[in-house]
Ligand binder design. Structure first.
Ligand SMILES: Cc1cc2nc3c(=O)[nH]c(=O)nc-3n(C[C@H](O)[C@H](O)[C@H](O)COP(=O)(O)OP(=O)(O)OC[C@H]3O[C@@H](n4cnc5c(N)ncnc54)[C@H](O)[C@@H]3O)c2cc1C
Length: 555
């Protein structure tokens, strides 16, 4: 059994170590990354795009093949869009457009999660895929940058840091399990993306807060070899006799998850014959489907209290873990490094003080807590092993469906915690939107035709709310130059001075919702500030002060 989301070793995973590089110890990378799951891969791709020297240390010889993530949301779709992985063209992604239902043993609806349509980032609210497929694509996006070196077959065993950088001691891992001679890798910063049992986190002594949620589940990835329909396509059977998850598993695949019952031996559960027995009521047999992979995981919920110690940071499952009922664990990890990458960029190029990195954990941690709480809430609906408890749950949830006034208020939109935001701004820390625009003679999604980075979008839609001319002082123009920020007027097709044409009117609605004439957007798509045109100059000068001039001894 894999009692954590990452087993110690899988057959065929060890692989030969990349040849030890005698120059390793002498070379200083900008960033070393320990762990090359999706989170380490995305960080390598993002830093490689900026031309940084990145060295990745990964203990396994190949992509981890076991069944894990199958779902990502619209925001993560936009993050993936930034590295050229797109739900509209990529055959590994299946956009979803339906409800996600929770039903009791009698198939009565207990809960409905609305996964229909598109989200604020333009992409579908829910998208399905198989994690090994996505990892292959992310790996290719990282490796295409010549400054990214991926060293597989090396296990990080020690981390030492000093005033100028971090030294990671690595040992080659081998098929035999024997480890080779250690050598060291040196970098200015180290990011531990090394999963739930993170060596980096443990070596730094970063404490975990654990919510004490533990349930074992058998996970099956199935490839039906004849057409099969499922209604609804994604749902949870909250039957205490065998809580079961039935969801898409990416193009051509379906995912089943079966909870281990109290007292059940998980080693017996994790057998192919048990899997087929559990699948029989669902109409799947070896004649009409292939059991691609199976494993047992222990679902847990915890987070690290600190995400930084000096020049070392942690991200992804190394920093937080949640049960997969909301399909958000990997999503949260990808958001972590999307936040961290632009901060590392500013610090590494001397455009911001190293203290900017102190904002990473405090910003990300409350956002992750939101999804941990949602996931635990959903887990408490399904992980109910007793008939009486289940009957009580059914009564409460069905009463809430019959009379929405009895339902708990939906949680507020997830928001980043305190960090690089305008003080007292109610919109700061919320996600921005993406829509279709025309810019510089090209039509397409904003990120595709305008690009990435810091933006100041000024409302140029006609009407009483249109921002007038925006006067910026030399000080705020210097901040924009330091950030490489673009200032753009966004208006309707008939706006006389629109540089970005809002083709679907979504930006007009968004400015109105924010009550803002100008919005400062960070490279991770979060709102730094929403202000009137007159307040923009002060907002930018305050941002400049927050980033602070780099201290000479930290460069
Ligand atoms: C059953 C299941 C279903 C899930 N479904 C979803 C879903 O639908 N949506 C979603 O968003 N998330 C989901 N998740 C969560 C998702 O799989 C994880 O959050 C994600 O894999 C975390 O990525 P990571 O890169 O942080 O860590 P990992 O993918 O665990 O990668 C860590 C890497 O670090 C390496 N490593 C570890 N220690 C060392 C060391 N000392 N030296 C060198 N290398 C090391 C490991 O070999 C590994 O390759 C699910 C998880 C499970 C178990």
């Amino acid at each position: 059994m894999n009692t954590s989301p990452h087993p110690a070793a899988e057959p065929g995973m060890a692989g030969p170590a990349d040849p030890a590089d005698s120059a390793d110890s002498a070379r200083v990378a900008d960033v070393a990354i320990v762990g090359y799951g999706p989170v380490g891969q995305l960080l390598a791709a993002l830093l490689g795009r900026h031309g940084y020297e990145v060295v990745v240390i990964e203990r396994y010889g190949g992509i981890y093949p076991m069944p894990r993530a199958v779902h990502f949301d619209h925001e993560v779709a936009r993050i993936l869009q930034s590295v050229g992985i797109r739900p509209d063209t990529d055959p590994i992604i299946e956009p979803y457009d339906d409800w996600y239902e929770w039903r009791n043993a009698n198939r009565q609806t207990l809960l409905r999660v609305d996964w229909r349509g598109v989200g604020p980032s333009w992409w579908n609210t829910a998208n399905f895929f198989a994690q090994p497929d996505l990892e292959r694509e992310l790996d290719a996006r990282a490796r295409k940058h010549p400054t990214v070196t991926v060293r597989r077959g090396l296990r990080a065993v020690a981390v030492d840091q000093d005033r100028d950088g971090v030294t990671v001691t690595v040992r080659p891992t081998g098929d035999s399990g024997a480890e080779g001679e250690p050598h060291t890798v040196r970098a200015r910063y180290l990011v531990g993306c090394d999963g739930a049992n993170s060596t980096v986190r443990n070596l730094l002594g970063l404490e975990l807060t654990d919510l004490g949620f533990f349930f074992d589940w058998l996970i099956l990835d199935m490839i039906p070899n004849e057409p099969m329909t499922f209604d609804p396509p994604a749902w949870q059977l909250c039957d205490p006799a065998r809580p079961t998850t039935i969801v898409p598993g990416g193009p051509g695949r379906r995912r089943w998850e079966f909870m281990a019952l109290p007292g059940e031996d998980v080693n017996d559960l994790n057998k192919a014959e048990t899997a087929w027995e559990l699948l029989r009521p669902w109409g799947l047999t070896p004649d009409n489907a292939e059991l691609e992979r199976h494993t047992v995981y222990r679902f847990q919920a915890h987070w690290a209290d600190e995400w930084r110690a000096g020049r070392v940071l942690i991200a992804g499952d190394a920093a937080h873990l949640m049960p997969p009922f909301a399909g958000q664990g990997m999503c949260a990890g990808l958001r972590d490094v999307f936040n961290l990458a632009w901060k590392l960029d500013l610090v590494l190029r001397g455009a911001a003080d190293d203290r900017l990195l102190d904002t990473y954990g405090p910003e990300r941690s409350p956002h992750v807590r939101h999804f941990i709480d949602v996931s635990i809430g959903l887990g408490k609906v399904i992980c109910v092993p007793g008939q009486e408890q289940a009957a009580e749950r059914d009564r409460e949830l069905m009463a809430a469906i019959a009379d929405p006034a009895l339902a708990p208020a939906p949680p507020p939109a997830p928001r980043l915690g305190p960090g690089v935001f305008a003080d007292g701004d109610e919109q700061a820390g919320l996600l921005s939107i993406q829509s279709r625009v025309e810019y510089d003679g090209c039509t397409g999604l904003f990120d595709d035709v305008v690009g990435h980075g810091w933006f100041v979008l000024i409302d140029a839609h006609p009407g009483p709310r249109a921002a007038g001319a925006v006067a910026l002082t030399a000080a705020s123009r210097a901040v924009l130059a330091r950030l490489g920020a673009k200032v753009l007027r966004v208006g309707a097709p008939d706006s006389p001075d629109a540089e970005v044409v809002d083709l679907d009117g979504r930006y007009a609605g968004w400015f109105a919702d924010l009550g803002a004439e100008a919005v400062v957007i960070r490279p991770d798509f979060y709102v730094h500030a929403a202000t009137d045109a007159a307040g923009l100059d002060g907002t930018l000068r305050a941002l400049g002060a927050r980033l602070a001039a780099p201290a000479p001894d930290r460069k």
